[in-house]
Structures are given as structure tokens and as C-alpha cells.
Design a protein around this ligand. Structure first.
Ligand SMILES: NC(=O)c1ccc[n+]([C@@H]2O[C@H](COP(=O)([O-])OP(=O)(O)OC[C@H]3O[C@@H](n4cnc5c(N)ncnc54)[C@H](OP(=O)(O)O)[C@@H]3O)[C@@H](O)[C@H]2O)c1
Length: 335
């Protein structure tokens, strides 16, 4: 009997949960596609805040998924399972993956893959999936943002924030953002933000009230949580929708009177994309693809790249994100 030995590949390995210095390129087993999966040779991946939490040991991958960091990939299909009908080897794809992006190869369920528009590079494509799918989910699915409404987007210059600004503008909404520096605010304005508030020097609640003539924000996309809770609640318009995607500013709110939410007939939603079912993520990917791919091809939506690193310098890339310096996405080239 002949025993088939598994092939190997290079990937970023985290030696011990901890700082950026714990990451190095090592050798691991190459994944093999199951019946409905593609095998993709990765050209580029991009960083997400979740990678830092996972590296530190605070955010394990969902059960059964790859332990390797990396939620975004762009590359070429080099193999496929027996039941894959919709893709051919050699096609350029981008995808959200539950892990495994910091590697030479990854498997992707065929319904999760999107074609890379011909006008985009792999680096640009790798900066799209997690940021844009998260933003699309918040702004379109949960926020139900409509033309003429006002959306308040916190951390406007973040990967997700820069995607949310563009999606909101493509809908025809008015966009107010917060960010931590004038440079970031100016950058968000180039993406279409109508008002930028530096939260370090200014009060977004009063600036938003002034901008909307006390109407407030119909939709709030929040990553900050506790430290913004009171101001967010006061900033919500009647029938407003607040979507909380992270708790960068803490999770415990000291005092909360339900009446304050009632007065607004407000909705508060939380969501974490990574732990969603494959079915949910495939539907989100389909809806997003239908809406966004023609707009990326036409150039009305644009990937926002902050910087590009070789994956050999992954530690420097992580340090840049941890310093809150990036405007848009930090990309790693798998070279
Ligand atoms: N729920 C989900 O499904 C989901 C999916 C993807 C991402 N996320 C979350 O969304 C957030 C953005 O992700 P990303 O990858 O786009 O991040 P990113 O590019 O690293 O941007 C995060 C930005 O948030 C701002 N920030 C950090 N701490 C803050 C604080 N305490 N108060 C106010 N602002 C703060 C910083 O910008 P300033 O300089 O402007 O302060 C920082 O650059 C992350 O928290 C991530 O975990 C959630």
C-alpha cells in the first residue's frame, strides 16, 4: 500500500502568545481542498485587528478552523475539490477566511470566493474582504442606511471605517466620522466624509447635533463601546440603528436607563462576523459581490491601502497597526 505524504508550505507561526516578535515564517502541512473547496495560492493577505488579539492569545479561531492568522486572502486557484463547478484553476480570487491567510496556500469554500476585478491588483484585492464585508453588513444589512440619511462612523480611518464611508456615500447618505488626528480626518474627507470630528480635541455629540440640526444619526457604526455609549445614545436619531462591532473603549457601561433608548425607539445590534455560520457568510458574500463588484470595476468603490509589507516583515506590520497609525489596510505580500 502506498501512503501519500502530505505536502508542506510556509506560513507565519506564532511561537508563544505575545508580542509581534513571537511571529516567524515556518513550515506547516499544506491544506487540501474538500469537495466544495478551492485551493488558493495566496499572493497577498491583509491585517485585521483580530490578528493582534489572536497573536496575543485572546481570540482563538472558531473550532475546527486553521490556527494560522489571517482573515483576508487574494491569489490564484491552483486546485479544487471534485464538486466545485463554478471556478477554474488559474482564476484570480479574493475571500474572507476564518483563518489561514498568513500562509502560502489556503482552502476556501467555493461560495466564499469572489473574482478579483481585472482593474485591481492582488494587494488591493486582499484589502477588501473582511473590511468591506463587515462594513456592508453594518451599513446595509443591519443599518438599512438610506439615501439622504446620516450615518456616524467611528474610527473612520480604520480598515472597516474607510470601507463604511465609501459604502455609505455610494448609497447617497451623509457621513460623519470620528478619528484621532487631523491627518486621519482629512484622509476620510478624501473618501467622501462630509464632517470629521477629532475625538481627542472635540465633542462628536455636539458637532453631530449641529451638523444635523439636532436630528442626530440615523445609523451609528461603533467600534468603541463603553466610552462612547452615552454620547452614542444621545446622538441617535428617532428610529436610529446603532451597530456595535467592537469594544476598543471598554465593555462595561456604568449606568444605563432603558428609557433613553425607548425615547429614540432605537435599535442596538452587535455582530461578530468570524463566528457566523458558513451559510451566513456565503449569503453576505453573495449580496456584497452583487452590490460591490461592479462598483470596484467602475472605480466608485476603492480598496484603501495604508502600506504594503513583505510577510517577512510581519512584525513591523503588526507594530504599525498597534500604534493606531494606519489609514486603511495594511497588506502583507506573500513573497
Ligand atoms: N464585529 C466584527 O465582525 C468585526 C469585523 C472586523 C473588524 N471588527 C473590529 O472593528 C475595529 C476596526 O477594525 P480594523 O481592522 O479596521 O482596525 P484598524 O484599521 O486597526 O483601526 C482601528 C482604529 O480604531 C481607533 N481606536 C483604537 N482604540 C480606540 C479607542 N479606545 N477609542 C477610540 N478609537 C480607537 C484607532 O484610530 P484613531 O487614531 O482614529 O483613534 C485605530 O487606528 C476593530 O476593533 C475590529 O476588531 C469587528
Amino acid at each position: 500500500m502506498q501512503i501519500k505524504t502530505k505536502e508542506s508550505m510556509h506560513a507565519i507561526i506564532v511561537d508563544q502568545p505575545g508580542g509581534p516578535e513571537q511571529m516567524r515564517i515556518g513550515e506547516v502541512t499544506r491544506p487540501e481542498p474538500r469537495s466544495h473547496e478551492l485551493l488558493v495560492k495566496i499572493s497577498a493577505t491583509s491585517l485585521n485587528r483580530a490578528d493582534i488579539l489572536q497573536r496575543e492569545g485572546h481570540y482563538p479561531p472558531p473550532p475546527g478552523e486553521s490556527e494560522i492568522l489571517g482573515l483576508d486572502i487574494a491569489g490564484i486557484v491552483v486546485g479544487k475539490g471534485d464538486d466545485v463547478l463554478s471556478w477554474e484553476e488559474g482564476e484570480r480570487v479574493m475571500a474572507l477566511v476564518p483563518g489561514g491567510g498568513y500562509a502560502e496556500y489556503v482552502t476556501v469554500p467555493e461560495q466564499m470566493a469572489l473574482p478579483v476585478p481585472p482593474n485591481l491588483t492582488f494587494e488591493e484585492a486582499a484589502s477588501i474582504p473582511e473590511a468591506f464585508l463587515t462594513a456592508f453588513q453594518a451599513v446595509v444589512w443591519y443599518g438599512q442606511l438610506k439615501k439622504g440619511e446620516t450615518v456616524l462612523i467611528h474610527a473612520g480611518a480604520s480598515g472597516v471605517g474607510t470601507a463604511a464611508i465609501q459604502l455609505a456615500k455610494s448609497i447617497g447618505a451623509r457621513v460623519v466620522i470620528t478619528a484621532g488626528s487631523e491627518e486621519k480626518i482629512k484622509f476620510c474627507e478624501t473618501l467622501g466624509a462630509d464632517l470629521g470630528v477629532n475625538y481627542k480635541t472635540d465633542d462628536f455629540k455636539s458637532r453631530l447635533a449641529e451638523f444635523t440640526q439636532s436630528h442626530g444619526a440615523d445609523v451609528i457604526v461603533d467600534f468603541i463601546g463603553a466610552s462612547y455609549w452615552d454620547q452614542n445614545l444621545s446622538s441617535l436619531a428617532l428610529d436610529g440603528r446603532m451597530i456595535i462591532l467592537a469594544m476598543l473603549g471598554g465593555s462595561e457601561v456604568g449606568h444605563f436607563n432603558i428609557r433613553d433608548l425607548f425615547k429614540k425607539r432605537g435599535q442596538v445590534t452587535t455582530s461578530a462576523l468570524r463566528s457566523r455560520s458558513l451559510d451566513y457568510k456565503e449569503k453576505l458574500t453573495r449580496d456584497f459581490g452583487t452590490y460591490a463588484l461592479p462598483r470596484f470595476s467602475a472605480g466608485t468603490l476603492k480598496p484603501v491601502i495604508d502600506s504594503v509589507y513583505s510577510w517577512k516583515n510581519v512584525a513591523d506590520a503588526h507594530r504599525r497597526m498597534e500604534a493606531n497609525t494606519n489609514k486603511g489596510k495594511i497588506v502583507l505580500v506573500i513573497d
